[in-house]
Design a protein around this ligand. Structure first.
Ligand code: PEP
Length: 290
């Protein structure tokens, strides 16, 4: 079975002891990720990108999202990846109910890298998760697989967790290159990562043609790619890593598509851009029914 939904959340809400309801200032005290990943706990995440425009708006949105996580919600991990400047305000507003992560990290730890933010800086304010390899970083900011690999290794070396985004372009999709593009990205971006460290990695499969376009991949297409990615992980590491790594789908996920996506055997969660900026939509996604 892929995952279980349960009423454990009710207890969690009262005691703040499970990962879905972490005290905001002690996010690093979460249960060991190995433990969480063993059952491929569902993982619902949002990526705010260059939004919202003010700290006040960020706090309002973060608060509304936290209010949508109740004792009736599925027992999932929830994370919001937010702009650096909003991380601490969002942590304060999240009521300990979700992880607040960074949208990226510099692979260097210190020195003359103007504008960069290191894993150590993030770690020191209690950030546990960061994105790496988002297609907007690859395409707009020219981040290479080598650079992304550096980010992944640095986060893991700091004891942090990483959500690695991979996915093909429209041209690659049309040329039937989905499997090979994902395999190459997984191999290059996870080079040097140990089996043990993989317990702190989640993969987000995000076809570039589906991001922000309103074109969501069909659940069957996404399921097939996720299965292929799992086979690549088995080849790179072993069956245990392949079976325990959470693979999320991202690309125009909405309240209309979430339930069917989450019902797929190899889809363990979602990374949501646009809909994570609307608390009503994102809360419906968090409260998926599968
Ligand atoms: C994303 O930014 O990772 C994403 C999936 O965006 P959207 O949901 O808007 O397609």
């Amino acid at each position: 079975m892929k995952f279980v939904t349960s009423a454990v959340a009710a207890l969690s809400l009262a005691t703040c002891t499970t990962s879905a309801f972490l005290p905001s200032l002690t996010q690093r005290n979460a249960p060991q990720t190995t433990e969480l990943f063993a059952s491929r706990k569902p993982f619902i995440s949002g990526n705010w990108k260059l939004n919202p425009q003010t700290r006040e708006e960020a706090i309002t949105l973060a608060t509304e999202i936290s209010e949508g996580i109740t004792s009736a919600s599925p027992e999932s991990d929830v994370a919001l990846f937010v702009p650096y400047v909003f991380i601490e305000s969002t942590m304060n507003a999240c009521d300990g109910k979700y992880f607040v992560g960074a949208e990226g990290v510099c692979p260097e730890m210190k020195g003359a890298f103007t504008g960069a933010v290191s894993a150590s800086m993030l770690n020191s304010i209690g950030v546990q998760w960061a994105l790496a390899g988002h297609s907007e970083r690859r395409v707009i900011f020219g981040e290479s697989d080598e650079y992304i690999n550096g980010q992944v290794l640095k986060l893991l070396d700091m004891g942090m967790s990483c959500m690695l985004c991979i996915g093909e372009s429209l041209a690659e999709y049309e040329q039937n290159l989905v499997g090979s593009v994902c395999a190459v990205q997984l191999k290059k971006d996870l080079a040097g990562v140990s089996k043990e460290q993989m317990s702190r990695v989640a993969i987000a499969y995000e076809p570039v043609w589906a991001i922000g376009t309103g074109k969501v991949a069909t659940p069957e297409t996404a399921q097939n790619v996720h299965k292929t990615c799992r086979a690549v992980l088995a080849e790179m590491f072993d069956d245990d890593v392949a079976d325990s790594t959470r693979i999320l789908y991202g690309g125009s996920v909405t309240p209309d598509s979430i339930d069917e996506l989450m019902a797929q055997e190899d889809i363990d969660g979602v990374l949501v851009g646009g809909a994570s900026l609307d608390s009503t939509k994102f809360n419906r996604i968090i409260n998926f029914q599968a």
